[in-house]
Design a protein. Structure first.
Length: 491
């Protein structure tokens, strides 16, 4: 039996398991929009840990980061440190705070605590959804590249096929489908991930010194050196990963879904630490592959390694690992994007009932799944999708979030739900979001684009807020159930 056939069999089995899980949780998820979006803020530590871990360890962390390590060397660790280390920073600084609340999305929290403005909320919803769409598209692109190498299949139909799979079981069970399938996927990732790294590093005798010397032997010694690394480029990569994760809905959503603040903080902290180590090891695997073959494209580095350097059993295990990792990230981000769209673009502007919001979320899931497929097809690489979305959303939203939480009208007052306490005005928020998002995408700013975007957004937020302190805005309409007067109780 060929490896391609084995991979298809594994795919069918795993997808069947996910479908069964989604059918079992479907009824509970459809009880209300809150249940569909955050599970009624009831999830315990074991579910939160594994859903955070499985979501973080997507296909991009095994194919994308291996390819970037293969191509850019140890300099790529700066992006990984920002992207993955930011989960630890988030857990220590924000997760405990978010865990007290029962919001559905981070833009809703900004609307309630920082600036009561539905247009600001909508802008944040759009930018936040961009990150989620990029993540879903990235998983599809990774699967397309993987199946192309092993089965010679056209990657475009593969991307659409997996998008349909993501859509079906996410639509059925909402966040319940996500967390329960992530429990299964997270365990698979831990077990097969350990096997994968042990096998890969055995190729260099488990020695970084051996890896460095072998890179030098094949004329790629510069990949093992920080001497030629662009400092500003590395800072930009670090900040891109950091701010992108800071405003990523999927992490905030998990915190709102926790039964208490302690669970939110510890679940992300422990999963974040493990993911930092595993993702850096994946980039080093890319360098191990470079010592074996110097003529690969970044997207084909990991598939080539699986096809030519691993025995069938190990290859099947790695494939299962990547499949589960990619699907866990895709379903999480697809659900998060749909919740963002409905909660922050539809809900503030309509009088939809709770039942209508659930239906809208399912429709949004389908539309976003299709959009993610198109993003995957036209993106140059898995990581390029993430980086562009991270920089745009992070530069637009991170300054608003951070300044809004510390620049208070009533100093010393504890942050509580339904108590807006910030000096930022709606016009300051709107101007700052647009400024940061636009500047971060201007290519002529080079490696300084994210830094300039963050700085400019911060200045604009403060300056415009001071100038428009008493300027009236359109009253905010809040639909049924859009108020959250009672935070979670600690248990």
């Amino acid at each position: 039996m060929s490896m391609g056939t084995i991979f298809w069999i594994l795919t069918v089995i795993i997808c069947g398991v996910f479908l069964i899980i989604s059918i079992k949780v479907k009824e509970q998820a459809n009880e209300s929009f809150s249940q569909y979006a955050i599970g009624g803020s009831s999830f315990p530590m074991i579910l939160i840990f594994f859903t955070q871990f499985a979501t973080i360890m997507g296909a991009g962390n095994f194919i994308g980061h291996a390819g970037s390590g293969y191509e850019q060397g140890v300099g790529w660790l700066a992006f990984i440190l920002g992207e993955q280390g930011s989960k630890i920073i988030f857990s220590l600084v924000f997760a405990g705070l978010a865990g007290h609340f029962t919001y559905n999305t981070m833009p809703e929290m900004i609307d309630d605590l920082i600036v009561r403005d539905k247009f600001t909320r909508a802008l944040c919803g759009i930018l936040g959804a961009c990150i989620m769409i990029a993540w879903v598209g990235g998983q599809g692109k990774a699967f397309g590249e993987l199946f192309q190498v092993f089965t010679n299949a056209n990657p475009i139909p593969i991307i659409f096929l997996f998008s349909v799979i993501f859509i079906v079981y996410t639509v059925m069970g909402g966040v319940y489908s996500v967390v329960w399938t992530d429990l299964f996927q997270g365990i698979i990732c831990l077990v097969f991930g350990t096997v994968f790294y042990l096998f890969a590093f055995s190729k260099v005798d488990f020695s970084l010194a051996v890896l460095g010397s072998r890179l030098a032997e094949v004329g790629k010694g510069e990949l093992w050196s920080f001497a030629n690394v662009d400092l500003m480029g590395s800072v930009n990569k670090f900040l891109t990963g950091l701010i992108g994760v800071l405003v990523a809905q999927t992490y905030w959503q998990r915190c709102y879904a926790c039964k208490n603040a302690k669970t939110a903080r510890n679940g992300l902290l422990y999963s974040g630490i493990i993911c930092v180590v595993m993702t850096m090891m994946t980039a080093l695997v890319g360098l191990i592959i470079m010592t074996m073959n110097q003529d690969l494209s970044s997207g084909n580095a990991m598939p080539w390694f699986m096809m030519h350097c691993t025995p069938p059993l190990i290859a099947a295990g790695i494939f299962t690992l990547i499949l589960c990792a990619g699907m866990s990230s895709a379903d999480s981000c697809l659900n998060s994007a749909a919740v963002l769209v409905v909660n922050d673009l539809v809900r503030p502007f309509s009088r939809s009932s709770d039942r209508d919001l659930v239906k809208d979320a399912k429709i949004a899931t389908v539309i976003i799944g299709v959009a993610s497929s198109l993003a995957a097809i036209y993106a140059s690489s898995v990581i390029s999708l993430f980086a562009k979305a991270y920089s745009m959303a992070g530069s637009g939203m991170a300054p608003l979030l951070c300044i809004g939480l510390v620049w208070k009208e009533r100093k010393g007052e504890k942050t509580e739900m339904s108590r807006c306490n910030s000096r930022i005005t709606p016009w300051g928020a709107r101007a700052g979001i647009v400024t940061g998002a636009v500047l971060s995408q201007l290519s002529f700013l080079g490696n300084n684009a994210v830094l300039i975007g963050l700085a400019a957004s911060s200045v604009v937020i403060v300056a415009v807020s001071l100038l428009t302190k008493n300027v009236p805005v359109e009253p905010v309409f809040r639909s049924e159930g859009d108020e959250h007067p009672i935070p979670k109780m600690e248990k």
